[in-house]
Structure formats: structure tokens, C-alpha cells
Design a protein around this ligand. Structure first.
Ligand code: NAP
Length: 440
């Protein structure tokens, strides 16, 4: 008898778990479930559209999906089409790999104002995530403020500053290309509550801000330290020194060199989104920030405040788990409650659902393989479990339109066929459009 495993989520964490399961137990049966028809999670919807090389990792995931004992069930949502308890009852093991898709809110007055869009929405909008097809952000103003100094913040700032030509070989959605090409920002601010060495951004992403066709990266020299503190571990020391070198290279940039000034504003903690009433709605017009200093790694307010003008604000302050799956979350609702990947008997968590939203795609491999090792230690097949047949019966009885791997391949081919070269694909941006393409 073979072990039956349901993997919920087809992003990197889930697919590396599939790799480990199928390698260690060639006769296991693995069902990969995703709430969208399209697989690969963050590779499709999180990795920036101008980072196509990174997205090529999906070719590796294709190989795992094509194994005889692996099935893909797209358009099946945990908590909507099948409950957490039902899945546990049907499979020997369940691996929760659904990530942390919800953008954390920056809880300050004015956060509901028109012109404030969280990074999950903005990234989803330019990446073609069906949840954000209708976001239609207003980027017609002069000043954009992105809050946070992680790589997502840098991605958003960079995409806002791109030209149409720079987006031509990307899979940015058509509506986002149209909006971005018509945007005429004078200023894009990247605002960190701590200092340049506390940023979670990385060298390559920092460097791209220095190579924008219509942008110029600017920062205040007095916000940069002379050097990186020596008591960091050697890897951190190297990474921080590399970041500092890139930031230093921006000192002395001529603000008039290009139309879009991309400012780094460190040591500035957001306190309020200032608004004014127009057409009966509150529109964001600025961000009131407090100058900080960093003490023992924490941002401490100095009492000095100032305002950054803003027609659009994108809080980009991390991610948390989706609450509606029925899986047990930690007390903050951030991640799945787990102990090194063990959730409860027969249930495991991998990827960002396990660890929180940090780290590179590659880091998930070792992590997911480690969790599968635990699963293999714990588990043995149970003949009372209905497995695949049970899930199929349940989904049929509920009228769920499951999208198979072969159907996903058709969707993908249709996207490739619809693209205007050098764009790699023109993404469907709604689930209905994907299903229509399959059923036409
Ligand atoms: P992140 O790296 O955790 O950055 C979140 C940022 O939000 C930090 O600067 C944090 O500052 C700030 N923040 C949090 N709460 C705040 C508050 N109340 N006020 C002001 N600032 C606040 O998260 P991310 O940028 O969403 O990235 C998630 C993961 O994806 C990261 O591991 C990232 O490297 C990865 N990623 C990688 C790439 C790439 O490799 N190209 C691209 C995109 C994302 P503090 O540090 O002070 O808390």
C-alpha cells in the first residue's frame, strides 16, 4: 500500500516537498492542490515580472508535476471546496504549503484612504493575480511613497519607475504597463524606519535602482555609515558591506539626471497617512513620519517629525497567513502553528507557511526536504484513508471545476501564444478567462 499525501499550495515550498516525497517514496501518491488554476505560487505572482530568469525555476517544478504518481488539482481552495478536517481524514499526510499571501497592514490613521494600496495588491496587480485584476491604482500623481526596505518595496519602486520599453520583455499585465507608462512621478520615496544596514533588501535589487532608464537613485550621505560593524557573522558582514557599496555609489547622483527621483529615506517611521477630502472621499496626500535612531536594533522615535508628499502610498511591510483555510495559525495569525514543520499528527507545514515570509526560493528546498524527512519518520500508510478517490468524489459532489496539470499546460500555451514578443507570455488575469480558454 502506498502513502497518500495532499500538498496544499504549489509554490516553491510545496514543490520541493513533492520532490522529496517522490524521491524517497517512489510509490507514494501525491495530490497537489492549489486555489488557482495556475501553479507555482510566488514564482508566478511574487517574483517581479522583470525578473524572468528567476521564474525559470518553474521548469524544474514542471518535472516534479509530471511524475506519474503526482496529480495537480488547480482551482481547489482549502476552506472553501474542501475543509482542513476533510483533507486530514482522507490522506495519510497533509503538507500545508500555502504561503503567507496576505500583506501585513500598517496600522496608522489614514490607512483606508484612496491612494493607499498594500504591496500584496500592487504586486498581484502587475503580476496578473486574479484577486487584484480590478485594483486599478491611480498612479497619475507626482509622488509615490513605498514603506519598507525589503526587496518587495524595492520591486514596487522599481516597477513604478520603469518605462514601457523596459517592460517589453516582461510578463507585466497589459493594464499595469498602460498605467505605469502613463505615470509621471517626479519622486518615488523608499522609506525605512531603520537604517541602511538594517534593510532586508539585497545587493542586486539595490543595484537595479541605479540602472533605471528614467530614474535616478538618491540618498542623503549623512544617513550612510562609514562601514559595517565588525561583530556581525561573516556572511551578514559581506552582504551588508555589498549593500553599503551600492548605496554609496548613489551619493552625488545628479537629481536632474533623469525625470524620476528615487529617494531612499532611512530612519523615518510612518505615523499617519495625511488625507484631504475630494469628491466626497479621503485621498492620501502625504505621510507624516517621525525621525528615528536605531538602538539595540530597534527604531526609537526622536520626536522630530516631517511630512513626505504622497499621491500614492504602498505599505510593503511583510506578509501573513490567510486566515480562512481552517489550518491552525499562531497567536498573531502570521504562520501555521508548527514545531519544525510538524503541525499535528499527519499534518506538516513547509515554506513561508512554516517559517514566515523570509528567504530566497532556493532556501525552501532544504527546508521542505527536512520536513519530508520528519514526515517519513512519523508516517505509515493507513488503509482506512480514502485518499485520491475520496477527494475526487467530494469535489465532484460539490461541483468543483478542477483544473488538471494538462489543462494548466493549455492555459500556459495560450498565454505564450497571445504574447507580443519579446514578452514571454500574456497572462490571463481572471479565473473565468482561464476556464473559458479551456472550455472553448
Ligand atoms: P521584509 O524583507 O521582511 O521587509 C519588510 C520591511 O517592512 C522591513 O524593512 C521592515 O522594517 C518594514 N516594516 C515592518 N513593519 C513596519 C512598520 N510598522 N513601519 C515601518 N516599516 C515596517 O519583507 P518583504 O520585502 O515583503 O520580502 C519578503 C521576502 O521575500 C524577503 O525574504 C525578501 O527577500 C523576499 N523577496 C526577495 C526578492 C528577490 O530576491 N529579488 C524579491 C521580493 C521579495 P524592519 O526591518 O524595521 O522591521
Amino acid at each position: 500500500m502506498s502513502l497518500t499525501v495532499a500538498v496544499v499550495g504549489s509554490g516553491p515550498g510545496g514543490l520541493y516537498a513533492v520532490e522529496a516525497l517522490t524521491k524517497n517514496l517512489p510509490d507514494c501518491q501525491v495530490d497537489v492542490i492549489d486555489r488557482l488554476p495556475t501553479p507555482y505560487g510566488l514564482v508566478r505572482f511574487g517574483v517581479a515580472p522583470d525578473h524572468q530568469t528567476t521564474k525559470n525555476v518553474s521548469r524544474v517544478y514542471d518535472k516534479h508535476m509530471q511524475k506519474d504518481n503526482v496529480r495537480y488539482l488547480g482551482n481547489v481552495e482549502l476552506g472553501r471546496d474542501v475543509t482542513y478536517d476533510e483533507l486530514k481524514d482522507m490522506y495519510d499526510a497533509v503538507i500545508l504549503a500555502f504561503g503567507t499571501p496576505i500583506g501585513r497592514r500598517l496600522v496608522v490613521p489614514g490607512e483606508e484612504a484612496v491612494g493607499v494600496y498594500n504591496s500584496d495588491a500592487v504586486v498581484g496587480w502587475y503580476s496578473g493575480h486574479p484577486d487584484f485584476e480590478n485594483l486599478n491604482p491611480d498612479l497619475s500623481g507626482k509622488s509615490a511613497v513605498v514603506i519598507g526596505i525589503g526587496n518587495v518595496a524595492l520591486d514596487v519602486a522599481r516597477l513604478f519607475a520603469r518605462t514601457e520599453a523596459e517592460l517589453a520583455d516582461t510578463d507585466t499585465t497589459d493594464f499595469a504597463v498602460d498605467t505605469i507608462k502613463n505615470a509621471h512621478f517626479d519622486d518615488i520615496y523608499i522609506v525605512g524606519r531603520r537604517g541602511p544596514l538594517d534593510g532586508t533588501f539585497t545587493r542586486a535589487e539595490l543595484g537595479e535602482l541605479g540602472e533605471l532608464e528614467r530614474g535616478v537613485a538618491l540618498l542623503k550621505e549623512d544617513q550612510l555609515p562609514e562601514e559595517v560593524e565588525a561583530d556581525l557573522d561573516p556572511r551578514d558582514l559581506r552582504e551588508k558591506a555589498a549593500n553599503l557599496k551600492v548605496l554609496r555609489s548613489y551619493i552625488g547622483n545628479d537629481p536632474a539626471a533623469n525625470p524620476v527621483k528615487v529617494h531612499f529615506e532611512f530612519y523615518a517611521s510612518p505615523k499617519e497617512f495625511l488625507t484631504e477630502t475630494r469628491d466626497g472621499n479621503e485621498h492620501v496626500v502625504g505621510v507624516r513620519v517621525e525621525r528615528t535612531r536605531v538602538e539595540n536594533g530597534r527604531a526609537v522615535g526622536t520626536g522630530e517629525e516631517f511630512t513626505i508628499p504622497a499621491d500614492v502610498v504602498v505599505p510593503s511591510v511583510g506578509y501573513q497567513a490567510e486566515p480562512s483555510t481552517g489550518a491552525p495559525l499562531d497567536e498573531w495569525g502570521s504562520i501555521v502553528e508548527n514545531n519544525d514543520g510538524r503541525v499535528e499528527p499527519g499534518v506538516y507545514a513547509v515554506g513561508w507557511a512554516k517559517r514566515g515570509p523570509t528567504g530566497t526560493i532556493a532556501m525552501n528546498r532544504k527546508d521542505s526536504h527536512g520536513v519530508v524527512d520528519l514526515l517519513l519518520e512519523d508516517m505509515s500508510p493507513d488503509s482506512d484513508k480514502s485518499g485520491r478517490a475520496g477527494l475526487d468524489e467530494l469535489l465532484t459532489s460539490r461541483g468543483v471545476r478542477v483544473v488538471s496539470y494538462e489543462e494548466w499546460q493549455k492555459i500556459e500555451q495560450a498565454e505564450v501564444n497571445a504574447a507580443t514578443p519579446p514578452a514571454p507570455r500574456k497572462k490571463f488575469t481572471s479565473i473565468q478567462a482561464m476556464l473559458d480558454a479551456l472550455d472553448s
